[in-house]
Ligand binder design. Structure first.
Ligand SMILES: C[S@@+](CC[C@H](N)C(=O)[O-])C[C@H]1O[C@@H](n2cnc3c(N)ncnc32)[C@H](O)[C@@H]1O
Length: 415
């Protein structure tokens, strides 16, 4: 009898535990593989889990499955609507949830193609295991970056943030641009880098996130992208809030508006810009060639690696730094003597005490000066400091706006 009672308690407790886990899994589907990895003792280190290539590949490959939980959960919740169900169906709400599911299937054509290309281009490095985990949020963000960087829909946003930067770079005569090098740390999906290369500069984009690099490669490869507006996604269907119409929520975006390719003057380096080799000779003289194992050099990069870059361009980048002084020091050391740093962006620090310092703009400008730069005054024409009101990967039809008062400055390396 006592044995049966104990067994009953055990079964009830197990049931509660399983139910709890099931609810947690339903709420956070991306937790499943991580929990499994913990249970099986194959959990990756936190650093690996955030930015490993297998995790990014895994995230893209499981997009359809994991994003598909959302319409299922919404359908379950809708089932509890009660006696006013008729209004729900007259509004077409069940159909709306079905449309949502269809948009995920369409998006997954792109995410699956990204995965296939990753396996082809990275081989064993891209092989995934059950312990790699997933990050659905980063995949959704990458889809929104396709819009911002490579669609007609993103033109207005790009225009506001790219224009001040490109105006400075257009000051040089086209013939002078060909011998000049530009480095773009944290290049994201690479549109700004591409625009700069189109001006004639020898341009190097550096990006650490495999989520970004996999998506960027999908555009750069003739195996996956051959013509303008070849691909279709529904980037906003995951955000039901602040939508004026259901058609707007579900709308499709085609991309790319232009087809980018790497070339003699456009290079992509996948890795940490803080690990780029420091130029041996800040002043142009004869030297030997320097390389790093993380970033094997191409012939075009050798000059910049030896003598420093003529320009460094940071767009929505510096505040991602966990140590802003190291970032400033690195920008300084990578520039030629007299070289130019162009910045545009907010100061949205990572938060949670993750960054060693979270500076205000006045402190930032002082730190820049102390790091060996002279910043142009606001009266200095296209190089003048200014505040640029802009958005970043926004849904322009939405009822809510997150507007940055981003700061633009041009600084010269003085010592
Ligand atoms: C806010 S996003 C901006 C991306 C791009 N500049 C744009 O405007 O779309 C910042 C980017 O910097 C990248 N990043 C952060 N730290 C980096 C580092 N140390 N080296 C290379 N990339 C980095 C991130 O992965 C992310 O893609």
């Amino acid at each position: 009898m006592a044995l049966n009672a104990k067994r009953g308690v055990f079964l009830v407790l197990s049931g509660i535990l399983i139910l709890g886990l099931a609810l947690a899994f339903e709420r956070y589907p991306e937790m499943i593989s991580e929990l499994k990895a913990i249970i099986w003792g194959t959990a990756p280190t936190p650093q690996l889990s955030a930015f490993s290539l297998p995790r990014a590949v895994n995230s893209y490959s499981r997009y359809a499955e994991e994003a598909g939980w959302e319409p299922s959960k919404m359908r379950n919740t809708y089932a509890k609507i009660g006696s006013r169900r008729r209004i729900g169906s007259q509004l077409g709400y069940p159909k709306k949830l079905e449309r949502f599911r269809e948009t995920i299937a369409i998006n997954s054509r792109v995410t699956n193609a990204i995965v296939a290309l990753a396996h082809e281009e990275y081989g064993d490095e891209a092989r995934t295991t059950q312990g790699d985990g997933t990050d659905l949020g980063r995949v959704r963000e990458a889809l929104k970056h396709f819009v911002r960087d490579w669609s007609e829909e993103g033109r207005e946003e790009r225009e506001k943030t790219f224009r001040p930067i490109l105006d400075v770079l257009k000051e040089s005569r086209p013939t002078d641009r060909q011998g000049a090098s530009v480095l773009i740390p944290g290049a994201g999906l690479g549109r700004l880098a591409w625009e700069i290369s189109q001006l004639g500069y020898n341009t190097t984009a550096v990006e650490i996130s495999p989520y970004m690099n996999l998506a960027h490669r999908f555009l750069l490869s003739p195996k996956t992208t051959t013509m303008p507006n070849q691909h279709t996604i529904h980037p906003y269907s995951h955000w039901f809030s602040h939508q004026r119409t259901t058609d707007s929520l579900m709308r499709s975006i085609t991309f790319p508006d232009v087809v980018p390719r790497l070339s003699d003057n456009l290079h992509l380096r996948e890795g940490d810009f803080l690990s780029l080799p420091t130029p041996k000779l800040p002043v142009l003289t004869q030297s030997t060639h320097s390389t790093s194992s993380e970033f094997p050099s191409s012939a075009e990069d050798i000059d910049a690696e030896e003598h420093g870059y003529d320009y460094i361009v940071t767009l929505f980048f510096i505040d991602t730094s966990l140590n802003i002084l190291s970032t400033l020091q690195k920008i300084h050391s990578l520039l030629r003597s007299g070289g130019t740093w162009i910045n545009l962006g907010p100061l949205l620090w990572t938060g949670g005490a993750a960054s060693v310092m979270e500076l205000s703009l006045d402190e930032m400008m002082e730190a820049i000066r102390m790091s060996g730069f002279a910043v142009h005054q606001s009266s200095d024409g296209v190089r003048g400091r200014k505040t640029v009101e802009c958005e970043y990967t926004a849904d322009k039809n939405a009822m809510m706006k997150w507007v940055y008062q981003a700061e633009f400055w041009v600084a010269t390396k003085t010592r």
